[in-house]
Design a protein around this ligand. Structure first.
Ligand code: A3P
Length: 275
């Protein structure tokens, strides 16, 4: 990990992080934003296909246009609208995001499934993350913000505050769980938000194309551990139940109440929950 501007990041190129605040943003850029493991590969791909207007199996992914990771020159010449991505806090977004009011697609996922997904990622990518600990020791590290990208609580609260402070900023907020339950509905929301006017037949095609199984087939070979995709792991809502002990669950719920007392967001921890 490395620190920059008071935030924790994976070992990303220092010059890219130094440039983060100064990136040249276009008014028609779209930035898919989320805390890691919230489903950003999935939503980035939906958005990319909607913009393209046809299905495509190019092995391109959100990491290839990630603001805090990839040098600006790599995507500087991409035709508009550029579909970019980021895991940074609202406060760390490039200054021109607020000035140019580009569109942000912001994804939220319940923090228990994020914790499980992040743990599996860190363990499998230990050659990069350096993490060798247990699930039990991972959970407090994550909640205390000791890992890359800091605390999920801080991230979500900062984004909620940012959206409130800049009501003119076009932000589409999507929940992973809703997208899982009704992918077509999410695809339509993105289509409307971006004023793309794709027809219903194409929206259905995109929705059918971006299933977990299909994206895993197309993009799953990018980051492998023992022949298994690190990013496309399970793609389910509620896998946390297989990991959290009763004590961890109670502890986490208590912590959530403390940290998120003033936050209006409601998360779904299973698909039976309503938000
Ligand atoms: P799991 O580890 O729970 O399986 P990100 O892209 O932000 O890193 O998030 C990764 C998570 O999104 C992983 O969660 C991954 O499986 C899930 N995901 C990716 N594509 C998906 C899809 N098409 N449907 C459901 N979940 C998907």
């Amino acid at each position: 990990m490395m620190e920059h501007g008071g935030e924790r990041y994976p070992h990303f190129p220092a010059d890219v992080l130094r440039n983060l605040k100064h990136i040249n943003i276009r008014h028609d850029d779209v930035i898919v934003s989320a805390f890691p493991k919230s489903g950003s590969h999935w939503v980035h791909e939906i958005t990319r296909l909607l913009k393209l207007g046809r299905l495509d199996e190019t092995n391109f992914e959100k990491n290839d246009v990630q603001l805090e990771y990839v040098p600006e020159a790599t995507y500087a010449q991409n035709p508009s609208p550029r579909i970019l991505s980021s895991h940074v806090n609202f406060r760390s977004l490039p200054t021109q995001v607020l000035e140019k009011k580009c569109k942000l697609i912001y994804i939220l996922r319940n923090p228990k499934d994020i914790a499980v997904s992040f743990y599996n990622f860190c363990i499998k990518m230990r050659h990069l993350t350096g993490y060798k600990g247990t699930w039990a020791s991972f959970l407090p590290m994550l909640t205390q913000g000791k890992l890359a990208f800091g605390s999920w609580f801080d991230y979500v609260l900062n984004w909620e505050k940012g959206k409130e402070m800049y009501p003119d900023l076009p932000v589409l907020t999507l929940f992973y769980e809703d997208l899982k339950e009704d992918t077509l509905c999410g695809v339509k929301k993105i289509n409307d938000f971006l004023d793309l006017h794709r027809d219903d037949r194409f929206l259905q095609k995109v929705s059918d194309h971006v299933t977990f199984t299909n994206l895993k087939r197309i993009k799953g070979r990018n980051h492998l551990h023992d022949g298994q995709s690190v990013v496309f792991r399970k793609g389910e809502v509620g896998d946390w139940k297989n990991w959290f002990t009763v004590a961890q669950d109670e502890w986490f719920d208590q912590l959530y109440q403390e940290k998120m007392a003033d936050c209006q967001l409601r998360f779904r921890y299973t698909l039976d929950d309503c938000n």
